[in-house]
Design a protein around this ligand. Structure first.
Ligand SMILES: Cc1ncc(C[n+]2csc(CCOP(=O)(O)OP(=O)(O)O)c2C)c(N)n1
Length: 446
């Protein structure tokens, strides 16, 4: 017994444990034998066609021949449209039957955006603002989607969605203030032009790094779901931005976390000089949605009613079912990428002219309104004059306004100024006092 006790001590085991161990071994051996036996039995009467894959990673059938799945890029996902190029409703059951006032508001917002673009683009050419990006050709995507949302819905943009903010009532003065970085700018003049944002309009401030808003929007949609507030988040991005890693992260998080979000891709054919065939080889962006388990649709982005219908239904279902939707709006970037770009270096004038003259969202809506007797030459002339005046007046006010107090470059880095930032600010103030004749302080508030 003494020997056994010593062995037990040596192993650190009690007698019970040794017995258990032995029993476990015996049962494993028996199990293995039984397994071999049943395997042998199964082999005799096994019908492999009845076997179902049990892998936890996918729910699918087995197939017994080698076959790669072909990407379906020849016959792509169809483009949903409501109106043809002449503004005729194609299928009356899809007509959203919006009131005359609503349609006139669509048209006025689309054309006001276009007028603001023309004036600010020229302003940049003259060196009055440092940078600008136009929205030419994409007005229908902005207004159609914005109109289908609730004003409480949270918007995350890229930089070419000024029409969404305009539809929500962001004043012309504040668009100008941001581009001029004057003292009225909500962002205190800190970002480049077109990086708008407005808490009052539920429009999250734009930043330059592409696609970073996509996973952020997914997170916001998750928060919205937890609040149970019947809101949806919409996140805009270009087809170029969709190549970023952040797009993958945002899509996958939204699907797995069941977030009420609409991903709205503006596929305008170019990412600066990169055409879509150098951007991806699949069937655009819409085809990626099902891969993430997302309901997806491709729409004609130059058809404001198609964009409206798709966004409205995606919004309804995203809120009701807590799941993400992907809308790919096919359109064309008629303008240069930005004022730093000359697009004639990489595409033909004929190509641009086709979209400008033959398939433009503004002219298509105008055809629709004209056919109903809601709009004519007189209305067009009056509105052109009036909208130009509105923009010019805001432009002149913005240009006259002083720039923000220079000390504001130190605030909001953190919530409160740190001692190091206080030292830097004081040092800058001493320096600029000493050399004030070298600084344009007459242009700044103090
Ligand atoms: C992370 C990152 N990479 C590169 C850039 C430079 N950049 C700015 S806009 C742009 C093209 C984006 O194209 P797309 O997403 O299709 O939008 P579009 O300009 O056509 O509206 C690039 C590459 C950037 N801002 N951020």
């Amino acid at each position: 017994m003494a020997v056994v006790r010593n062995i037990q001590k040596l192993w650190g085991l009690g007698v019970g444990a040794i017995r258990q161990h032995a029993a476990l071994r015996t049962s494993r051996v028996l199990q293995q034998r039984a397994f071999r036996l049943s395997g042998a039995q199964c082999q005799e009467s096994f019908d492999s066609s009845l076997e179902k894959p049990q892998f936890p990673g996918a729910s699918a059938e087995f197939i017994d021949h080698l076959e790669f799945i072909e990407p379906n890029v020849i016959a792509g996902i169809p483009v949903y449209r409501v109106m043809d190029r002449q503004g005729q409703i194609i299928n009356p059951s899809e007509d959203p039957q919006l009131s005359k006032d609503t349609v006139l508001n669509f048209y006025q917002k689309m054309t006001l955006l276009n007028t603001m673009d023309r004036i600010l683009y020229e302003s940049q050419r003259q060196g009055r603002i440092s940078f600008y990006m136009t929205n030419y050709g994409e007005e229908g995507t902005h207004i159609g989607s914005a109109a289908a949302l609730d004003s409480n819905d949270l918007v995350f943009g890229q930089y070419r969605e000024a029409g969404v903010l305009m539809y929500r009532g962001f004043p012309l003065d504040l668009f100008m203030a941001q581009c001029y970085a004057n003292a009225d700018d909500v962002g205190k003049g800190r970002q480049m032009p077109v990086h708008y944002g407005s808490k009052d309009h539920n429009f999250v401030t734009i930043s330059s790094p592409l696609a970073t808003q996509i996973p952020q929007a997914a997170g916001a949609a998750y928060a919205v779901k937890r609040e149970n507030s019947n809101r949806v988040v919409i996140c805009y991005f270009g087809e170029g931005a969709a190549s970023e890693g952040d797009a993958h992260a945002g899509f996958n998080f939204s699907a797995t976390l069941e977030c009420p979000i609409i991903f709205f891709c503006r596929n305008n054919g170019y990412a600066i000089s990169t055409p879509t065939h150098e951007q991806y080889r699949g069937d655009g962006i819409a085809a990626r949605g099902p891969g993430y388990g997302m309901l997806s649709i491709r729409v004609d982005g130059n058809d404001v009613f198609a964009v409206y219908n798709a966004t409205k239904e995606a919004r309804r279902r995203a809120v009701a079912e807590n799941q993400p939707f992907l809308i790919e709006a096919m359109t064309y970037r008629i303008g240069h990428h930005s004022t730093s770009d000359d697009s004639s270096a990489y595409r033909s004038v004929d190509e641009v002219n086709y979209w400008d003259k033959q398939d433009h969202p503004i002219s298509r809506l105008r055809h629709y309104m004209t056919a109903r007797g809601w709009w004519g030459e007189d209305e067009e002339r009056t509105w052109r004059k009036q909208s130009r005046k509105l923009v010019m007046e805001a432009f002149e006010r913005a240009e006259r306004r002083l720039k923000p107090n220079p000390e504001l470059i130190f605030t909001d880095v953190y919530d409160e100024l740190t001692p190091a930032l206080v030292r830097q600010r004081d040092s800058m103030m001493r320096h600029t006092q000493q050399y004030k004749e070298h600084y344009p302080f007459d242009l700044y508030e103090n």
